[in-house]
Design a protein around this ligand. Structure first.
Ligand code: R5P
Length: 311
């Protein structure tokens, strides 16, 4: 593969960007990201991108607005410097949960983010386990939405107790839970989650049989850990064995998540490296890299090939 393309790392997850570059056998592109004394962002590309295919790796993880704006400025710099095609590699897509209006006078921020990326010059997006598949529809440019489920299943297989059932923490995650169950050769249990407020939810029903079974709770993301913590309590109350494994594509771990997940029934927590972790030294935590998956997608895009055989 020649050097007609260049991969830049934003500041959101330089370790993942470096791992993707290593998979592709290239060096990361040189760039500088600084702040002016008043807090304004200064991004500079330190090598030419004219007539080159450019990839910018920047999950829009917390602090979401800072990382999103940095991605937009990278794209603007590439566009003004005559890059051929600008692909935003956004393994975690911030604001994805604002994918519809839950009440009157609310924005659909995921749609706004899509328009901002396009306005900044992004031509193509690679993302991973979008919170809602319809977010692709907010874009008028190609979006390649990858999934970490096969990667996580490979890592999980060795650690799962026999007779495990896959638990979807709400109805929205049933398709993902079904994919896990299919790959792991087991069945799905669904929790009915009721949202009491923007931050408060409760589990009202456990749909399926969990008595004396170990559980694998899956989700697209762990943010504050509240959803998972409430799921664990509901499953134990329904008679599940106190052997619970968690798998989520994106580990944000904000707002005391680790304390909430410090439950004696939780044996292991699996996440990918889509989001940079402040402190990976947590004995239950297993971080599985999606760098080979993303590098595989980039390789196929560069060769104008289908992504159909990625998994
Ligand atoms: C909700 O619909 C999502 O799929 C996650 O379940 C949720 O966002 C996780 O957030 P938290 O960890 O704060 O409960």
């Amino acid at each position: 593969m020649g050097q007609e393309f260049i991969l830049f790392a934003g500041t959101a997850n330089p370790a993942l960007a470096a791992a993707i570059a290593a998979e592709l056998g290239i060096q990361l592109g040189a760039s500088t990201v600084e702040r002016f004394p008043d807090g304004e962002l200064a991004v500079r590309l330190d090598e030419p991108v004219r007539r080159r295919e450019v990839f910018v790796v920047q999950p829009t993880a917390p602090p979401v607005d800072d990382h999103l704006f940095e991605l937009l400025t990278f794209a603007d710099a590439c566009r003004r410097s005559a890059a051929t095609r600008i692909t935003a590699v956004v393994p975690y897509f911030g604001y994805a949960r604002s994918d519809k209006r839950h009440a009157r006078r609310e924005p659909i921020t995921a749609s706004l983010v899509a328009r901002l990326m396009e306005a900044a010059g992004v031509d193509h997006v690679i993302t991973l386990d979008l919170h809602a598949a319809q977010i692709e529809g907010f874009f008028h440019i190609p979006v390649d939405s990858l999934t970490a489920v096969p990667t996580l299943c490979r890592a999980l297989r060795e650690r799962l107790p026999a007779e495990v059932v896959v638990v979807s923490p709400d109805t929205g995650r049933v398709p993902m839970a079904t994919e896990y169950a299919h790959r792991l050769g087991t069945s799905v249990v669904v929790l009915h989650k009721r949202r009491a407020s923007g931050t408060e939810t409760e589990v009202t029903h456990v749909v399926g049989e969990v008595r004396d079974r170990p559980c694998l709770i899956i989700d697209d993301m762990i943010s504050t850990g509240g959803t998972i913590a409430r799921a664990v309590v509901a499953l134990l109350a329904a008679g599940a064995r106190p052997e619970v494994v968690i798998a989520a594509s994106h580990g944000l771990f904000v707002g005391g998540a680790r304390t909430k997940l410090n439950h004696e029934a939780i044996r292991d927590v699996f996440v990918t490296d889509s989001v940079a972790l402040d402190d990976p030294s947590w004995p239950h935590l297993h971080v599985v890299s999606v760098a080979p998956l993303i590098a595989g997608a980039i390789r196929r895009l560069l060769g104008d090939q289908s992504l159909g055989d990625l998994y």
